[in-house]
Design a protein around this ligand. Structure first.
Ligand SMILES: Nc1ncnc2c1ncn2[C@@H]1O[C@H](COP(=O)(O)OP(=O)(O)OP(=O)(O)O)[C@@H](O)[C@H]1O
Ligand SMILES: [Mg+2]
Length: 274
């Protein structure tokens, strides 16, 4: 029995025992084709809150802007290997993952842009193939870029669920329908298991009528998807990335920290894990 066989058997063992214990690895894309709606902020702070609540969490940054990587305190220009090297099959994801005080990160950098020029077929499955034997995590969160290009399709081929951060404004609300249509196509052609299971209202200000209207419309038109916990407009959430910190490290008494913790507890409750 060689080393590879032992590794595969070990992963099989973990998956088997997880199944026996009813545990499931939740693999969630944080996605919205609209830019600047809070995907990265949500990925990083949801991951941090899950980690604080003793869940084993992996963040995958699949955006060439590498914003989750920056947010967690790493300069992408100084990172030797990224998720892209794993996708190209050049190095195992296990040798790329950064252990950040127990919260794990599969980082990105600008190289991810080159995926468009790779002269190979079925480029949408590179992430899924690279992470075929991934195990041992309770939650895997994938921070997607603001487009429905090859990188996002990789995330949607790999994940089982999508959480959509929705900036509670008129235009982002209508833009969300493009995403719904795209997900139907992905379901047909790439991943029949993928579902939008949650919508997260971001940058909410209770005093703004439009914010409240968008919340009400979302609940009416897409019932059951919007989490009750809304993420308020909060300046600490904007400042935390420049310190390479999560909101819980930067300002644990901020509205941002409170909102992301409440959201995380609501998510765990939904899965019956609280
Ligand atoms: N709840 C909030 N309150 C105030 N500012 C916020 C909030 N959430 C995010 N932001 C800020 O809004 C900007 C966009 O957020 P973020 O980078 O998370 O969005 P994104 O969807 O990942 O963007 P992109 O599409 O470029 O990847 C950032 O400057 C971020 O700090
Ligand atoms: Mg982002």
């Amino acid at each position: 029995m060689n080393f590879l066989t032992i590794r595969i058997d070990f992963n099989f063992f973990i998956q088997y025992t997880n199944k026996l214990q009813g545990k499931q690895m939740r693999i969630i894309a944080i996605s919205n084709n609209k830019g600047g709606v809070g995907k990265t902020t949500t990925t990083v702070n949801l991951a941090a809150a899950l980690h604080l609540l003793d869940k084993k969490v992996l963040v995958i940054d699949i955006d060439h802007q590498a914003q989750s990587t920056y947010h967690l305190g790493y300069n992408p220009n100084n990172i030797k290997h990224t998720v892209y090297d794993a996708m190209k099959g050049e190095i195992s994801y296990e040798d790329i993952i950064i252990d950040r005080k127990g919260l794990h990160l599969l980082p990105a950098n600008m190289d991810l842009k080159d995926i468009e020029f790779l002269p190979i077929p079925a480029k949408e499955f590179l992430l899924k193939d690279a992470l075929e034997d991934l195990s041992g995590y309770d939650y895997v969160l994938v921070d997607c870029p603001p487009s429905l290009g090859t990188l996002t399709l990789n995330a949607l081929s790999f994940c089982n669920e999508i959480y959509v951060p929705l900036q509670v404004q008129f235009l982002p609300f209508h833009g969300m329908y493009n995403l719904f249509e795209a997900v139907q196509l992905v379901k047909k052609r790439l991943n029949k298991n993928i579902e939008i299971t949650g919508i997260i209202g971001t940058m909410f200000n209770a005093k703004k009528i439009i914010n409240n209207e968008v919340i009400a419309e979302t609940e009416k038109r897409v019932p059951g998807k919007l989490f009750k916990s809304l993420i308020r407009d909060n300046v600490a959430l904007q400042e935390a990335p420049s310190w390479g910190q999560t909101i819980f490290e930067y300002k644990s008494d901020s509205n941002g920290a409170e909102d992301y913790m409440l959201l995380t507890k609501e998510i765990l409750e939904r899965y019956g894990e609280s």
